[in-house]
Write a protein of this length. Structure first.
Length: 59
């Protein structure tokens, strides 16, 4: 079964934002970040990440 949701990892976030991996983890810990925790793993749905990023540009 194929999912309609693309899930991003901390490495993906670091690449997209062009920041270090530790900085990506710091960003992902923000209270307004749409983080999904799966055990110790941290993930985010691609569309929710881009919605969040767009909202950050409006600040």
């Amino acid at each position: 079964m194929k999912s309609n949701y693309e899930i991003l990892t901390a490495n993906d976030i670091a690449d997209i934002l062009r920041v270090s991996l530790p900085t990506a983890y710091t960003v992902m810990e923000r209270t307004d970040f749409p983080l999904i925790r799966i055990g110790r793993s941290k993930r985010v749905l691609r569309h929710e990440f881009y919605n969040w990023l767009n909202s950050m540009s409006n600040i």
